[in-house]
Design a protein around this ligand. Structure first.
Ligand code: MG
Length: 308
């Protein structure tokens, strides 16, 4: 495997000779990787097989939860608890320290959610997630059912007043999402089914206004072939995104820095490991890891200067 560097700005972020490791294979469609520092392990979903898996350097891989509500995206909240998107339960849930699940959000405007796909927690504790239909269009990744929503929205859940609000109804099938380090931009991919046959797929950017609203929707990157699914932002604001059979890295200005070829179609990635510099990649049947020279974004207030 050779990392393809298109722009010299990528060189300090990655060792072009770094070797991609396949840590595990045997899934059907893996997604939703999250690194848990307290356990020094990564959890991820195998959606069609309705299970959550766990890998650590010392323990290797094992099934952590099955059935698991047809899990998809994962993230951590500020207390280190896992927040999970569930296709089967059509909800966002949180894993409590005793292992029990708390529903974060499962209904909007009187109807059930479609099938929450991916989730991020903002520095203010609000939980932002996408709700495309992939868990209800068939029984493959959930349970076939009619949508009870007027569209596929990006939501913001505020634990302060237990409210759920639509922050964008402008996308067709919003999927992965992540904030810039200063949280003034929210990136959202759109995996619209209508565009899958021959069309392009987009990674969009919004300005986050007042910390709660999305404005100024624009195209950040276009993918062809394949699509953008899940992605993460590093401490300097670069976007590390699934893009067909690779993780592609884009600078905050939209410039393509390069790509990490992966032997399978990539669904998502996350930074983790003891020093935060392992990029874990879920790709079709497998979990991969690559050592990089940066780490995931942590919130930096606007105007605070370089995160490093
Ligand atoms: Mg996704």
């Amino acid at each position: 495997m050779t990392v393809e560097i298109d722009d010299p700005r990528l060189a300090p972020l990655i060792d072009a000779a770094a070797q991609l490791r396949r840590l595990w294979t045997g899934g059907e469609w893996t997604e939703g990787p999250v690194y848990v520092p307290a356990e020094e392990c990564v959890y991820w979903s195998d959606i069609p097989n309705d299970r959550v898996l766990r890998w650590s350097e010392t323990d290797g891989a094992a099934v952590a939860l099955h059935p698991a509500g047809y899990p998809n995206g994962h993230t951590l909240d500020h207390e280190g608890r896992i927040v999970r998107c569930e296709h089967g339960g059509r909800r966002v849930s949180r894993v409590e320290p005793d292992g029990s699940l708390t529903t974060v959000a499962d209904r909007y405007a009187g109807g059930r959610l479609n099938s929450p796909n991916d989730v991020v927690v903002k520095s203010d504790g609000t939980i932002w997630f996408t709700d495309p239909p992939y868990g209800i269009v068939s029984d493959h990744e959930g349970h076939k059912a009619d949508s009870e929503q007027a569209g596929c929205f990006v939501f913001r859940y505020d634990p302060g007043d237990d409210s759920l609000a639509v922050v964008s109804d402008a996308l067709q099938d919003p999927n992965g999402l992540a904030f810039s380090p200063d949280e003034t931009i929210l990136y959202v991919s759109d995996t619209s089914r209508d565009r899958i046959e021959g069309g392009n797929h987009h990674l969009f950017a919004f300005d986050v206004t007042g910390g709660t609203r999305l404005e100024n929707l624009r195209t950040f990157a276009v993918c062809d072939p394949g699509l953008f699914d899940g992605f993460r932002v590093d401490v300097e604001g670069n976007v590390w995104t699934s893009e067909y059979e690779s993780v592609t890295i884009y600078a905050p200005d939209g410039g393509r820095l390069g790509r990490i070829p992966v032997p399978e179609v990539v669904s998502n990635c996350t930074f983790g490991g003891p020093s935060g510099t392992t990029l874990f990649i879920t790709a079709t049947a497998s979990l991969y890891a690559l050592t990089v020279a940066t780490t995931g974004a942590t919130f930096v207030p606007p105007g605070a200067g370089s995160p490093r």
